[in-house]
Design a protein around this ligand. Structure first.
Ligand code: UDP
Length: 266
């Protein structure tokens, strides 16, 4: 790993140059940050789990025709991806009120939204990723109207697909963040899904207990973040039950029994 040149180091991932032109290696760290990196920590094994979950989600999305940067997983913490020019917009999809929208609009956490909301944030750590309107995107030429059309239609399809995928394993997809990039082919470019989809950038609630299975456990000091991430991977069929690890903190026993079709242990 040390012989490869590092191109970029973010809060949770590192990008290295890839083996061929137009490719990169995306390395998943255990580092976790919240509140615009004011809170820092590590979630043991997070990188390994997020690499697997993101591989799974991107592969499933490619099967419904969503173009993505994912090529293949290389090892426990790395995946080969296509090099893109990241569009400096975080696309957030919301199905249920949680997080910043509750503060901003005075909503109760857990209130289902009348319909799915799509929001855009300008990717700029120094500014704290401010909420923006499509008018800002057009005004400052961060993305063209055609690109925004592709981004919003892909984002809605991704949300519909992921809501169903998670509902099938008794998880409510509350909200999540997407990033897109431009893939160049000569003078032309097209927009493809980039970055990752994992419990770091999604709110995932157990449908039965309401238990949080995502980075809010870290943000809000709830504990049990390793177990929560592993639980998501396990329900997606990416881990064997015995890989779930010791020291379960979350009480998921009733849920497991339900999935197996046996009554919960009291
Ligand atoms: N999100 C993210 N990266 C960010 C900001 C938000 O992945 O820089 C995700 C976050 O995990 C949540 C959704 O986008 O699933 C909406 O986040 P929100 O705007 O509520 O902000 P937060 O409460 O996380 O500050």
């Amino acid at each position: 790993m040390s012989r490869r040149s590092k191109l970029y180091e973010g809060k949770a991932k590192v990008l290295y140059e890839g083996p061929e032109p137009g490719t990169l290696i995306q390395y998943f760290k255990d580092d976790a940050t919240a509140f615009n990196a004011e809170k820092k920590g590590t979630i043991n094994g997070k990188g390994v789990i997020n690499n697997r979950i993101s591989e799974h989600v991107f592969t499933r999305l490619s099967h419904i025709g969503i173009p993505t940067h994912f090529i293949r997983r290389l090892n426990m913490r790395e995946q080969l991806i296509r090099q893109v020019e990241i569009i400096p917009i975080e696309v957030v999809l919301r199905n249920v009120a949680a997080g910043s929208i509750c503060k901003r609009l005075g909503l109760e956490e857990g209130e289902p939204l009348p319909h799915t909301l799509i929001e855009y944030y300008y990717k700029d750590d120094a500014l704290g990723d401010p909420l923006i309107a499509e008018e800002h995107i057009a005004c400052f030429n961060w993305a063209s109207p055609e690109e925004m059309h592709d981004i919003s239609s892909m984002a809605i399809r991704i949300n519909d697909f992921l809501c169903g995928m998670f509902a099938a394993i008794d998880i409510r997809l509350v909200d999540f963040k997407l990033e897109f990039g431009r893939l160049f082919d000569g003078d032309f470019s097209r927009v493809i899904l980039a970055d990752e989809i994992s419990p770091d950038g999604c709110r995932l609630w157990d449908m039965v207990s309401g238990e949080k299975l995502d980075k809010d456990r870290f943000r809000r000091d709830l504990g049990g973040e390793e177990e929560a991430y592993r639980e998501v991977a396990r329900r997606l069929g990416l881990l064997q039950a015995e890989d779930s690890g010791p020291g379960e903190v979350l009480d998921l026993s009733s849920h497991r029994s339900r999935l197996r079709g046996t009554p919960p242990k009291k």
